[in-house]
Design a protein around this ligand. Structure first.
Ligand code: GTP
Ligand code: MG
Length: 465
C-alpha cells in the first residue's frame, strides 16, 4: 500500500533540509560586481514573469514563483545598493551604477515549488533564503601576508618594485628614503608617508594597470579609511641591515613602529575578515574583466593573470596548510565568469570562456582536486549592445550596435577574442580595442543579459529542487 509522510514529519524534514545559501560575489575593482548582483536580483525578482531565464530548469518547469527582499541578518554590513543601481539604469540619461567601496549584503526570499519526487510527494511551496554578499577581491590579495612577518613582507614588496611600478611610487620612495629604520619618526610624518604610499598604489592601479596591490585595504579601506591601522608601509631599502640588528632596535624606531602596525593589520583586519565573513560563505562567484585587460596589452594582461591566481589562493584551502589551520571554510561550488561579454559578438563568447579557463587553469584544477565543482562562464550582467547581421558586407558577419561612453551611436566589429593565452608574436601582430558601452535606458521588465541564466542554474539549481 502506498503511504504519505504525515504533515508534521514532512515539516521537520524540510526544516532540516538545506534551504539557506550565502552566495558571495567578488572580483577586482571595476570587474562588474555591482552590475552582476543588480542583474541577479533583478532576474530573480522577475523569474516567472518576463525574465529571460530559459536555461534555469526550475523556470522551465514553472517552479520558480518569485523573490522578495527581506531584512538582512547582519545589520553591521551595509545593504547592497540595489535600488540605487536600478535608479541609475532607469534615469534619463541612463548611467552605470556608481563604484562601491567595501562589503555589502542583501537577503532574498525565493519562493519555489519543489520537484515532484513521486506521485504522492507532490511539489510543495518552499522558500530558499539567499544571502548575497559583494566584497572587493583586493581583500583576498592580503592572504599571503598572514604567512609573513614585516621583514619578509618588505622583501616581497621590494622585489615587486620594477622600474614601471617605481614610476608610480616615486614620491613615496623619495620621501621614505629620508628615514632610516632606526630613526624616530613623528606620528604625523608617518601618516603622511603612508598616505604617499597609498597614493602610489592608487596611481599604479589606475594609470599603470597594476592589479597586484598589498595591503588590499589601502585601495579599498571600507570603514577603515584614515584609521592608524592603515598607516604603515614596507621598508624597501634595508641594505646593510641584518634581521638581528633590526629586531634589536628600540620600540619607538621606525622599523619597530611599522612592524607593530603590520602585525596589528594582520590580527585586526585580515584575520577577522576571513574568520567572521569568508568562512561563512557557501558558494562563490569570481568575476574577471578579461576584455579590458586585453585592451591594455601584454604587461597588464600578464599582471591580471598573476593577480587572479594569487587571489584564488583563498579558495585553495584543500592544499593550503596555513589556511586549513586557521579557518574551516565551506564553499562547495565556485563559478568564475568573464564579464562584459556584450563587448564582443556572440561568436566570440566560447573563445572568451576558454581564455578565462586557461587564465585560471591552475586554481580551477586545484578546486577540482579538492572536490569542489568549479566552472568558467562568459556573461554580460546587463547587456548594453545589440547584435546586427551584416549580410551585405560578408555572409554571416556580425556587428555590435550600441552607444559609446561618449554618447556616440556606433555600429562596429569588435574583433576576435583569442581562445589561448596570447604569446609575444601574437601581441606583436595584434592589439585589442574592445569598446565600452553606455547602458541602454531601462524602462520596464527584467534587465537584458547574456548567460546569467546558465550561471544561475549551475550555481543554485540544486538548491531549489
Ligand atoms: N557593457 C557592459 N558593461 C558592463 C557590464 N557590467 C559592468 N560593466 C562596466 O563595468 C563597469 C564596472 O562595473 P561595476 O559593476 O560597477 O563593477 P564593480 O566590480 O562593482 O566595481 P567597484 O565597485 O568599483 O569595485 C561599469 O560601470 C560598466 O561600465 C555589462 O554587463 N556590460
Ligand atoms: Mg561595485
Amino acid at each position: 500500500m502506498a503511504w504519505t509522510l504525515p504533515k508534521h514529519l514532512r515539516d521537520v524534514l524540510e526544516r532540516g533540509l538545506d534551504r539557506q545559501v550565502r552566495l558571495a560575489v567578488t572580483g577586482l575593482s571595476r570587474a562588474g560586481k555591482t552590475a552582476f548582483l543588480t542583474s541577479l536580483i533583478n532576474q530573480l525578482r522577475h523569474a516567472g514573469l518576463d525574465a529571460q531565464l530559459e536555461l534555469v530548469s526550475a523556470v522551465r518547469e514553472h517552479r520558480l514563483l518569485g523573490a522578495q527582499r527581506v531584512d538582512q541578518p547582519d545589520l553591521s554590513i551595509p545593504r547592497f545598493p540595489y535600488d540605487e543601481a536600478m535608479a541609475s539604469l532607469q534615469a534619463s540619461p541612463a548611467a552605470w551604477p556608481t563604484p562601491t567601496r567595501g562589503m555589502s549584503e542583501l537577503r532574498l526570499a525565493i519562493k519555489y515549488r519543489t520537484r515532484r519526487a513521486s506521485r504522492h510527494l507532490t511539489g510543495e511551496e518552499a522558500t530558499l533564503t539567499l544571502d548575497l554578499i559583494d566584497y572587493p577581491g583586493e581583500w583576498l590579495l592580503d592572504l599571503p601576508m598572514l604567512q609573513q612577518d614585516f621583514h619578509d613582507w618588505s622583501g616581497t614588496m621590494a622585489s615587486l618594485m620594477t622600474p614601471e611600478r617605481r614610476a608610480f611610487m616615486s614620491t613615496w620612495l623619495e620621501k621614505a628614503s629620508a628615514h632610516t629604520p632606526d630613526s624616530v619618526v613623528e606620528e604625523q610624518t608617518l601618516a603622511e608617508l603612508a598616505a604617499h604610499y597609498t597614493d602610489g598604489l592608487h596611481q599604479a592601479r589606475r594609470d599603470g594597470g597594476f592589479y597586484f596591490i598589498q595591503p588590499g585595504r589601502f585601495l579599498l579601506p571600507g570603514e577603515l579609511r584614515d584609521a592608524p591601522v592603515l598607516q604603515f608601509y614596507p621598508l624597501v631599502q634595508l641594505e646593510g641591515w641584518s634581521r638581528e640588528a633590526l629586531d634589536a632596535l628600540p620600540a619607538d624606531s621606525l622599523y619597530q613602529t611599522l612592524k607593530a602596525r603590520f602585525e596589528h593589520y594582520k590580527r585586526h583586519v585580515i584575520t577577522p575578515f576571513y574568520k567572521s565573513y569568508f568562512q561563512r560563505f557557501d558558494r562563490q562567484v569570481v568575476l574577471v574583466d578579461v576584455l579590458t585587460a586585453l585592451n591594455s596589452g601584454p604587461a597588464v594582461f600578464n599582471e591580471l593573470r598573476y593577480t587572479m591566481n594569487a587571489l584564488m589562493q583563498s579558495f585553495n584551502y584543500g592544499r593550503n596548510g596555513l589556511f586549513s589551520r586557521l579557518f574551516t571554510p565551506r564553499i562547495d561550488r565556485l563559478a568564475i565568469a568573464a564579464t562584459k561579454a556584450d563587448h564582443v559578438t556572440p561568436d566570440q563568447h566560447d573563445a572568451l570562456q576558454t581564455l578565462l579557463s586557461t587564465l585560471m587553469s591552475q586554481p580551477l584544477q586545484d578546486m577540482r582536486y579538492a572536490n569542489i565543482p568549479a566552472r568558467a562562464f562568459a556573461l554580460a550582467s546587463i547587456r548594453a549592445t545589440t547584435v546586427k547581421k551584416l549580410e551585405n558586407v560578408t555572409p554571416n558577419a556580425l556587428a555590435l550596435s550600441g552607444r559609446t561612453l561618449e554618447d556616440q551611436e556606433v555600429l562596429l566589429f569588435p574583433g576576435d577574442v583569442p581562445s589561448t593565452l596570447p604569446d609575444e608574436t601574437f601581441w606583436a601582430r595584434q592589439g585589442f580595442s574592445f569598446t565600452p558601452f553606455h547602458p541602454a535606458r531601462h524602462t520596464s521588465g527584467a534587465l537584458p543579459h547574456i548567460r546569467m541564466d546558465a550561471l544561475l542554474d549551475w550555481l543554485l539549481g540544486d538548491k531549489w529542487l
